[in-house]
Structures are given as structure tokens and as C-alpha cells.
Design a protein around this ligand. Structure first.
Ligand code: NA7
Length: 852
């Protein structure tokens, strides 16, 4: 007789539930594992349609927790078919006696949290109520088939099949007239098989999909060799990779090579027949639409090369979504199938289904009769199985109502208001954007370790805090925002199910980075969780990932380079180093014209670079001062940012060099800045600009020069300026602000580098001068409208914020953008860090606003 009160109830006996069961036994927890089907295997139990196959190679799609399995189980193919994967699950279940721990044919009807008892009550389809301390949903991401949202589905009297609920005995379509609706992975895998048997096959396509041939065969020899040589390293690399399969990350932009070169690289990836290799060919295909177009066009070229009828080839070619933004597929003979005379493709965009009828399908102006209809219409993905399990948490709130506008989780594992509830590969975790085996094992390990931790430390409950959950939502959104995934109507975005909220369901920041976040949470004493026992409580509230994801990647990359700290160099060395780094960045957008010239500074000539918009002039002018701590940089060193500002604001940008320290210390830069402004004002017409519409702008030390220039212009009676655009300006060298300490170490501009700059530029006494520290000016009244951008992880953040506040208090019109998750340099990294783009747009808008 099974216990009615246990430590843990697990729902689902797919690969997640099976491994968790094993671990619960190992760690001595009492449990009940409930499974709706009559065998193990989960997804591979239900999806028995012909051609069902895993798109991840068998070398990677297998358990790692039992090393003996690698000797005891040999895969026959590179991409295993469903029957073999199911046999593998059964083999593992038998080997580890898991069958004895699973109750089959048992569904969960609902679950309620009892706040007094601190336990869950689980109601099953057998009429039993089980109570437990911990409740784990191992229900899979693609387990609830989507309700058919097509008119008249109930009318059809022929045979109806759903790919995700395929009959165990198989289906013989010989001599039959068959309709398949849906061309996602299930349709694309099954259509060639159905076509082999059917007398007539009509495929109803709403959206064409990207698919590449699997080139199935024996397991990939290179991976087999690597695994044999050093399995531990291979598995480690997989766990910390982007997708759960060890692949070298590309460093090549699709836009940095010719189309021929790009196609050659893509062909090489194509020939490998591995799902992830194609998308991994270029570093920017997921984040840049133009880069993605290169891959998409390659894929369309492949379709054209196979499908004989050009009109059909065109219909089978995706144009509306980018490669990878809907789940790309792997096939065996899919496109070739459309060359067969008995196979027809119907484009539902041109001929929508009016209704399913008793005998067939009415579409467009046609009616066709069928013996069988196959629905390959997909799943209520990621949340369907969890939400439909009727989970009621604290205060009677259901998970369904809480998630009405999109799933809210902390780490994709837990949710506020639902203590001791865990979701394996839940929304907000890499899940379907990863090799599921790697993600499943990671979550099971995390849950097991958490349960053990709680037991050892006498904690009864664990629940994330609202702050941590909201922070995770923001981080997930930040990750999605830098990609082009949100443009597509995909099931990743919930777009396939009418009424489902449109948000990015899986975490798109990568398997390795996600794993590190989970590890960090634990290492910091369960950061963002409240743990409570009968006599104690622990809550280390906080946020686990705050730096913008692309900025974080750059920081990680830089840390692998072990670069010397700039402050250990001489100014000459630092200048050479800075120039060399700048040479590697993308150039920025095209502008109408770029010319170089010289102007009269305070003590001799200064070089400038002029960026002219492509529109007819004359234009307003921004006199721009570069960053570089007054020590390095030049009129060309912020080239991409100047191009971007010019192109987006339709303003003539004149980037002016100024004398550098230590050769020309304070007040040389300030005096040059002001002299340059005067020169530009006097020569505005000749430059093609408007003398009455001049602003100053600058970044970092250049922001300091711009702010000082604006003050000098105010104090000496002109020239009149229309606005100041200050990006991360230095405003106060008189003392250290909190952010110097808080952000002093890890974010490129460090506290010690800033000190090195100041030491070269100004003495402690000089730093008290407002022309070095504009924040110290006796009055800021009368300064022009200001756009001031500060970055959360910049040592200069607080002095920038203080300047914004002081300007406002002095009655100056100020727009202050506090760029969340950014560092001192990130907003200048045009075409490298997409997360900076919205702030640059704001800056350009403000610049335009100064002149309107
Ligand atoms: P998918 O990828 O969601 O594919 C479902 C397909 O069905 C897709 O082509 C849909 O078109 C189409 N569909 C859905 N509803 C309709 C209606 N009402 N009318 C016409 N066509 C419709 O599910 P799969 O089962 O193929 O694959 C799921 C995952 O399993 C796969 O990605 C792998 O991870 C394994 P749409 O694109 O929405 O226009």
C-alpha cells in the first residue's frame, strides 16, 4: 500500500521524472511518482508518429548520470528514432528498478498548498489524495497537444490522428487519401512517411519552416572519439555551452563576409547534418535581422535546388520569420516529397480552411474528401501541462490566474506564492532552446541538492521572493530583447495558441550562463529565496543577474583574455592599446559624408572629423568630445557612436580632438573644448551647419569637456548653445562617490583606472575647480537643456546622477536616462551590443529635440 503522505510527489515519468526518482531514492526521500501513460518515456512515449526522431545527436541526447550506460547501451544511429529512444528509457528504468517506483495510468487532477500544514495536497485520477512536502512537475515542455482551433473538427467521420497522441499499434495509410495539417517538426518528419503509403496526400501549410536534412547514419565519429578520449571534459563543455551541446561559439559576423563566403561556411555546417551547427555558423544570426537573412537565403536556395516546381518551392520557403526564430527542423526527404505526383501543397494563406466537414476539408473555393486527417498542429508548449494541472498556491491563488499575462518564475524552477513547488525545465529556463537532457539533469540535480539542503538545515519551505522573481523576469526579457526571436509567431512566444500571452517562454540567455546563475544563487545562500523552518527563517533577498546579457558576455570574453590593466601602462602604451582595441570593432552605420579637418584650439590647431547626414543641409550641429580619460582617444576614436548619432539624429556631428594629459594637463582639455565650440560657431555656415543650432556632446571625459564647455559658454556670454548631451560624464574629481567602490572592479572602467586618469589630468587642488569638476560650479542655473545618461554599473554613475539632480534643482530642463544593466563603455559599442541601441535612440531623439 503506497504511503499517502510523502516527502515528494513527482508528476511525470519521462527522462526528468525517471532521473529524479533515482535521485530521491539515493538521498532517502519518500516519494510518489505519478504518470498518466502506461510506460516511461514521456515525450517519446506519446509521440509515436512515423518518422519521429530526436534532432539532437545520440552522443548528446542521453543521460550522463549513470556512466555504465555508456558501455551498456549503444545507439544505432546519429539521430535516434522514437522507438529506440523509448527502448533506451525502458532499459534505464529496468536497470535501475524505476518501474517499481512509478504509478502508471495515474493523472493529477489538482493540487493545493496548505499554509498551516506547510504541505501540498495532490488529488489523483484514482480518487486518492496524497500529501507531500515538495511537489515537482516533471511534465515536459511539449506534452499537451494544442486544441485544434479549426472549424468543424468534430464533424469528420473518417480517421483522425494527432501526432502527439499517435496510436501505439501504428497506422497504415496504404491506399488512403490523407490530409496533414501543420508543417512544424512533427509534420515535416511524418509527411515523407505518410506519402510513401498514401494514395493521395494533401499538406495544409500555414507557415513554411526552415528544415535541413538530417543525413542520418552512424553516431558522429568526431563526437564519439571526443567522448571516448575525455568524457568528463566533453560533458562539462556541454553543461556550460550555449545550447547543451559542446560547439565552439562563432566569432564571425554574417555581415563581415561576402555571400559566397557565407554560403561556403553554411554549406560546411549543412553537411554535418546537425541542427545546431547551422545556427552557430555566425555570431549574429540570432540578434541581427540582416545577418539572419544570409542564413535564411541559404536555406531558401536549398529548397529551390530540391523542389522541381518553382511555385511550390517558393511556397515552401520561409520569408516571414528569421532562421531559428521558430524551431528549425531536421528532415529526411521532406522537400523531395513535394516532387511526387500524388502529393499536393495547399497554402492556407491563399486558401484558408473554411471548415472540416464530415467527409473532408473545405478550403478556399475547394472541397476535398479524405479518408484520414492528421493534425500535426503542435502543443500548448512550456506552460500547458503545468497550468492544466490545477495548482492552487497560497491564499487560494491558482497558478493559472497568476500566469494569465505570462509565466512568472524565479529561474524557471519556482514561483512566488507556490512554496515547495518545482518545475523541471519550466518557463524561464533554457528548456526547449537546449539539449533537453542537459537541462533536465541540471534541474534534477538542483532540486535534489535543495531538498537535501533544506533537510540538513531544518527548513520546511522554500519560496522565491517577489524581488527575485521580478528581477528574473526582467533578465529573461532583456535576453529576449536583444534577439530577433520576438518578431516571429512561434510557440516559443506562445503565438500558436489563441489567447496565450505573447512573451518569450524559454530563457534565451544560454545553458551555461543559466547554469551559472543557478549556481550563484546557491553559492550566495539561496539568493532570492526565503527558506523557513519551524524555528528559523533565512532570506538573502536580491537579484542574480543584473548586467545586460550582451554586456555580461563581453565582460566574460574580456576576462578570458587576461589583458593587462591600462593603469599599469605608460600613457603611450595605453594609447596604442586603446587604438588597437578600437580597430576590431564594427564601423557603425553609413552617413552622408565624413571629412577630416583642423580647427583653431586654445593653443594651436586641433583635428576634427565631421559626420554629415545624408539629408540635404544645412543641419544643426553637435560639437562632440571623445572619451579616453583626457589621456587617450582622438577625434576618430568614437567613430561608430558619432556615425550612429549623426544617422539617427540628422545632425552634423563634429568630433573634436583636444590636447591630452599628461603632456597637456588641466585646463588644456577644457580650454580646447570651449575654443572648438567658438570656432564651430564662427564657421558653422561654411561647415554646412546652422550657427543658431549648436549643441555640445561627449562621453566620459569628453562628457566632462562638454559639460565644462557649456558652463564656460554660459559664463562668458556665448556662443549660445541649444543643449548638452552627456553620456557617462565625469563631473566630480573632488572625492570618491559610492559607485566608485560599488562598480570599481569588474566593469572595464575601474576605480584604479579612473584614479590614473585623474592623476594625469589634474592635481587634487585643481579637481576642485568647476572647469575640472563641473558638479562643483557655484550655480548650474542657465545651462542649456540636458540629456544625461548614466549607467548602472559605471563607477561614474553617482557623480553623473548628482549632476543630473543638481541641474534639475537649478531649473535646467533635464532628461536623465539611467541605463539599467549597462557599464561605462557599453552604450558606445554600436552594432556590438544590441542592448545599447534603445539608449542611443533616446540620445539621438534628445539631440533632435534640442533644435526643435
Ligand atoms: P509546431 O512546431 O507547433 O508545428 C505546428 C504546425 O501546425 C505549424 O506548422 C503550425 O503553423 C500549424 N498549425 C497550428 N495550428 C494550425 C491551424 N489552426 N491551422 C493550420 N495550421 C496550424 O508543433 P510540432 O509538433 O510540429 O513540433 C513541436 C516541437 O516538437 C518541435 O519544435 C520540436 O521541438 C519537437 P504556424 O507555424 O503556427 O503558422
Amino acid at each position: 500500500m503506497a504511503q499517502s503522505d510523502v516527502d515528494v510527489v513527482v508528476v511525470g515519468a519521462g527522462f526528468a521524472g525517471m532521473y529524479l526518482l533515482h535521485e530521491l531514492r539515493k538521498t532517502g526521500f519518500s516519494y510518489r511518482v505519478l504518470e498518466a501513460g502506461d510506460d516511461v518515456g514521456g515525450t517519446w512515449y506519446w509521440n509515436r508518429y512515423p518518422g519521429a526522431r530526436c534532432d539532437i545527436a545520440t552522443t548528446d541526447y542521453q543521460y550522463t548520470w549513470d556512466p555504465e550506460l555508456h558501455e551498456q547501451w549503444q545507439w544505432s544511429e546519429k539521430h535516434a528514432a522514437q522507438p529506440e529512444i523509448l527502448r533506451y528509457a525502458q532499459f534505464v528504468a529496468k536497470k535501475h528498478d524505476l518501474y517499481s517506483g512509478i504509478e502508471f495510468n495515474t493523472r493529477v487532477d489538482g493540487a493545493q498548498w496548505n499554509e498551516v500544514a506547510k504541505r501540498w495536497s495532490i488529488h489523483t485520477s484514482t480518487g486518492e489524495t496524497i500529501t507531500c512536502q515538495h511537489y515537482v512537475m516533471a511534465t515536459g515542455c511539449l506534452s499537451v497537444p494544442k486544441e485544434p482551433d479549426i472549424n468543424g473538427t468534430e464533424k469528420f467521420t473518417g480517421n483522425v490522428y494527432v501526432t502527439g497522441r499517435w496510436p501505439h499499434e501504428g497506422v497504415d495509410f496504404t491506399g488512403k487519401r490523407v490530409a496533414v495539417i501543420g508543417t512544424g517538426s512533427s509534420g515535416i518528419q511524418s509527411i515523407p512517411h505518410i506519402a510513401e503509403q498514401a494514395k493521395e496526400l494533401v499538406v495544409f501549410q500555414r507557415t513554411p519552416n526552415f528544415s535541413m536534412p538530417a543525413f542520418n547514419g552512424p553516431p558522429p565519429q568526431d563526437r564519439v572519439e571526443r567522448l571516448k578520449a575525455d568524457r568528463a571534459t566533453y560533458e562539462h563543455e556541454a553543461r556550460y555551452s550555449g545550447t547543451g551541446v559542446p560547439l565552439e561559439d562563432s566569432t564571425v559576423s554574417a555581415l563581415s563576409v561576402t555571400q559566397d563566403e557565407a554560403f561556403e561556411m553554411l554549406e560546411e555546417a549543412w553537411q554535418k547534418g546537425e541542427l545546431l551547427s547551422l545556427g552557430n555558423t555566425f555570431m549574429d544570426s540570432a540578434i541581427n535581422r540582416k545577418a539572419n537573412d544570409v542564413v535564411a537565403e541559404f536555406m531558401r536556395m536549398k529548397v529551390r535546388s530540391v523542389v522541381k516546381d518553382p511555385a511550390v518551392a517558393e511556397l515552401l520557403s520561409p520569408y516571414k520569420h528569421g532562421y531559428g526564430t521558430k524551431r528549425p527542423c531536421m528532415d529526411t526527404g521532406y522537400f523531395e516529397t513535394f516532387n511526387k505526383p500524388h502529393v499536393r501543397l495547399v497554402d492556407l494563406n491563399a486558401q484558408p480552411i473554411r471548415s472540416i466537414t464530415e467527409t473532408g476539408i473545405d478550403f478556399g473555393k475547394e472541397s476535398m474528401e479524405f479518408d484520414a486527417i492528421v493534425y500535426a498542429t503542435g502543443f500548448d508548449a512550456m506552460t500547458g501541462a503545468i497550468v492544466s494541472a490545477n495548482i492552487t498556491g497560497k491564499n487560494g491563488v491558482t497558478l493559472k490566474s497568476k500566469w494569465e499575462h505570462g509565466p512568472l518564475t524565479y529561474l524557471g524552477l519556482t514561483s512566488v506564492g507556490f512554496p515547495n513547488l518545482y518545475m523541471i525545465t519550466g518557463p524561464g529556463s533554457p528548456s526547449v532552446l537546449s539539449n533537453m537532457m542537459v537541462s533536465i539533469e541540471q534541474h534534477v540535480d538542483w532540486i535534489r541538492d535543495t531538498l537535501v539542503h533544506m533537510r540538513e538545515n531544518s527548513f520546511d519551505t522554500i519560496e522565491p521572493t517577489p524581488l527575485a522573481e521580478e528581477g528574473w523576469r526582467v533578465h529573461c526579457t532583456d535576453c529576449a530583447d536583444i534577439t530577433i526571436f520576438q518578431e516571429a509567431n512561434s510557440w516559443y512566444m506562445g503565438a500558436n495558441v489563441p489567447g496565450k500571452p505573447r512573451v518569450m517562454f524559454p530563457y534565451i540567455g544560454g545553458v551555461g550562463r543559466y547554469r551559472m546563475a543557478c549556481e550563484e544563487v546557491v553559492a550566495k545562500g539561496y539568493l532570492g529565496f526565503e527558506l523557513a523552518g519551524s524555528t528559523k527563517k533565512q532570506c538573502n533577498d536580491g537579484l542574480v543577474r543584473q548586467v545586460q546579457p550582451d554586456v555580461d558576455m563581453v565582460l566574460d570574453f574580456i576576462s578570458t583574455l587576461n589583458l593587462p590593466a591600462m593603469e599599469t601602462m605608460s600613457p603611450t602604451e595605453a594609447r596604442a592599446f586603446s587604438e588597437a582595441s578600437s580597430a576590431m570593432r564594427p564601423s557603425g552605420p553609413e552617413v552622408g559624408e565624413i571629412t577630416d579637418g583642423v580647427l583653431q584650439g586654445a593653443d594651436g590647431e586641433l583635428q576634427y572629423r565631421l559626420y554629415r547626414p545624408a539629408t540635404p543641409g544645412p543641419h544643426p550641429i553637435a560639437v562632440y568630445f571623445h572619451g579616453g580619460g583626457w589621456v587617450f582617444g582622438s577625434h576618430t576614436s568614437d567613430d561608430p557612436l558619432c556615425r550612429d548619432l549623426c544617422a539617427q539624429s540628422n545632425t552634423l556631428i563634429i568630433s573634436v580632438n583636444y590636447r591630452h594629459a599628461p603632456e597637456a594637463p588641466f585646463p588644456a582639455a577644457a580650454e580646447d573644448g570651449f575654443a572648438a565650440l567658438k570656432w564651430v560657431h564662427a564657421n558653422a555656415a561654411a561647415l554646412g551647419g546652422l550657427a543658431e543650432k549648436i549643441a555640445v556632446a561627449g562621453w566620459s571625459a569628453g562628457g566632462n569637456v562638454a559639460a565644462v564647455t557649456a558652463q564656460m559658454s554660459r559664463d562668458t556670454g556665448g556662443p549660445q548653445i541649444s543643449g548638452q548631451l552627456l553620456l557617462c560624464p565625469v563631473t566630480d574629481g573632488s572625492h570618491q562617490h559610492g559607485s566608485h567602490i560599488e562598480n570599481g572592479e569588474r566593469f572595464i572602467l575601474t576605480k584604479s583606472l579612473m584614479e590614473w586618469f585623474w592623476n594625469h589630468y589634474a592635481t587634487p587642488e585643481q579637481r576642485k575647480n568647476p572647469q575640472a569638476s563641473p558638479l562643483l560650479a557655484s550655480s548650474l542655473a542657465g545651462l542649456p537643456p540636458t540629456m544625461l545618461v548614466t549607467c548602472q554599473f559605471d563607477p561614474l554613475r553617482d557623480e553623473g546622477n548628482a549632476y543630473a539632480r543638481a541641474l534639475m534643482q537649478a531649473g535646467v530642463k533635464v532628461e536623465h536616462v539611467e541605463a539599467r544593466g549597462h557599464i561605462h563603455t557599453s552604450i558606445t559599442m554600436v552594432d556590438m551590443l544590441p542592448s545599447g541601441a534603445p539608449h542611443r535612440r533616446e540620445m539621438a531623439r534628445a539631440l533632435r529635440g534640442f533644435f526643435s
